[in-house]
Design a protein around this ligand. Structure first.
Ligand SMILES: [Zn+2]
Length: 500
């Protein structure tokens, strides 16, 4: 009897365990998390996150690191367990909750939710991250929407629309971290031209009225690096125009650009900056400003924008932007780190052969490697031969040559600035640089060429001497032959020969 009771007891405990375990596997609650994002007239937004659950459990959401947020638990209880930073701007906050029901409201401000240029707007949500067993929705209310015009969405279409309100169901809150909407405005937002004279240059930034910040950052970057830019390029343009453009839906790869035509005619601009930079970490607007300016400055020196030597443009732009920002105390550590990692891959996987950059390609997932390889060549050479002083010499060499059109030109200019022939180094990087094609580059090289010329001359003298001896021999033989002939009776046709 006792034994049977024991057996029943064991079975009961076992069943109890299963009953306790099953809900743990399936989650012992139902939970909804909805983000209400309201974009206001000034393109800033307010975010209200409403979490509702029935039961108890543990979960996580992303919260901003810099914006102050308020947490209001209206029913049930919530306990914050830990915070793990997931980016520069967001932390992953884990919390325990219990109650039937639980309701928690988290609110915060979200600046530059929409980016605007003229009558076009681009909205990108905050970083969305939540437990996979939360049912997550994002409701976006847009100010000034022109409903007549096309609206584009990413990564998916809304599940519901009420006028200017769009509701998205986030199917995978671990991976689908953003909602992007590209739309037109009923009324255009005026563009303001912010002006500032820095040194001898009048810098003008044209941007929609809500984004004065980006103009201030451009001025700051140019002010901080002005003396170095002046040192390197000597002559800076009297006017510099910056214009801002919107990202292409979900493409945030191109942070700035200068048109090829602007480079090829050596014009003073404009430089185009991606307005999305205003939402990037400190240092990105500044780095991009200097990077794009270098393209312009090289264009003024006659460095062609053609594909074959595009790497030189990008390498110089990256090197100077990073170098000058660093010297000015602007944080560009992310750039340095990205290049360092990429260079490791390049030297290992490509075995140091960097010649792929001659066939420059912007539309490739490997684009970072192109930039890093170009940066690596300029950085390594410049740092070996004097840093900024080397670049200053290189600039005057380019100026003296009237610009650069080919890789041979680049090797020549870089060699002259280094006062050393760099052909062999470029050959090691896989560049098809032919022997003795780069002209006279240094004193050492001069001697070598003179020695070769001397050897050729010596050979020529010997060959000439042999030819002269042979000729003399032929003449002697001919004279003998004629003397013999004279002794013979003259032929009739021979009379002409002896007339003189
Ligand atoms: Zn560039």
């Amino acid at each position: 009897m006792r034994k049977r009771l024991d057996a029943v007891f064991i079975i009961l405990i076992f069943l109890a365990h299963i009953i306790i375990l099953i809900p743990h596997v399936e989650a012992s609650y139902s939970a909804n998390l909805t983000y209400y994002i309201e974009v206001k007239e000034n393109a800033n937004a307010t975010i209200k996150m409403i979490f509702k659950a029935d039961g108890s459990g543990i979960g996580f959401v992303s919260l901003p690191l810099f914006e102050k947020y308020t947490v209001n638990v209206t029913t049930g209880s919530v306990e914050w367990v830990k915070y793990e930073d997931i980016s520069v701007f967001y932390t992953n906050a884990t919390f325990k909750f219990s109650g039937k029901p639980v309701e928690m409201i988290i609110s915060y401000e979200f600046p530059y939710a929409s980016l605007i240029s003229g009558d076009t707007a681009w909205f990108m949500s905050n970083y969305i991250l939540a437990s996979p067993n939360f049912n997550v929705f994002v409701e976006v209310k847009l100010y000034g929407l022109n409903s007549e015009k096309e609206i584009r969405f990413w990564p998916y279409h809304p599940v519901e629309r009420k006028g200017n309100i769009f509701v998205f169901h986030i199917k995978n809150p671990l991976l689908d971290n953003r909602v992007i909407i590209e739309y037109k405005l009923a009324n255009e937002v005026p563009t303001i031209s912010h002006e500032k004279t820095i040194g001898e240059t009048k810098v003008v930034v044209h941007v929609a009225e809500y984004y004065r910040d980006i103009a201030d950052k451009v001025f700051y970057a140019f002010e901080k690096t002005y003396d170095d830019l002046k040192y390197v390029f000597r002559d800076l343009p009297s006017k510099l125009d910056f214009e801002c453009y919107l990202p292409e839906l979900n493409d945030l790869t191109a942070l700035g650009y200068v048109k090829e035509r602007t480079i090829d005619v050596g014009a003073e601009g404009p430089i185009y900056l991606n307005l999305a930079l205003i939402r990037f970490k400190e240092g990105f607007v500044e780095e991009t400003t200097i990077h794009e300016f270098v393209h312009l400055a090289l264009g003024r020196l006659g460095v062609s924008s053609k594909r074959e030597i595009r790497w030189f443009h990008e390498g110089m732009a990256e090197y100077l932007a990073i170098k000058l920002c660093n010297r000015s105390g602007i944080d560009v550590s992310d750039y340095v780190e990205t290049h360092r990692e990429a260079v490791k891959v390049l030297l290992k996987e490509y075995d140091g052969d960097l010649s792929f950059i001659i066939d420059w390609e912007y539309n490739t997932p490997l684009i970072r490697l192109y930039y890093s390889a170009s940066y690596y060549i300029i950085n390594k050479t410049a740092e070996k031969y004097g840093g900024l002083a080397y670049i200053r010499k290189l600039v005057s060499e380019i100026d003296r040559m009237g610009g650069l059109e080919s890789n041979e030109d680049i090797v020549k200019a870089m060699s002259n600035a280094a006062n050393e022939d760099l052909s062999q180094q470029f050959r090691e990087w896989g560049f098809p640089i032919k022997e003795k094609e780069n002209g006279v580059v240094s004193n050492g090289e001069n001697d070598k060429i003179l020695r070769v010329l001397h050897e050729i001359l010596e050979t020529l003298v010997v060959v000439a001497a042999i030819i002269v001896i042979i000729l003399i021999a032929i003449v002697i033989l001919l004279i003998r032959w004629f003397t013999k002939r004279l002794k013979r009776p003259p032929l009739e046709y021979a009379s002409d020969i002896y007339q003189f």
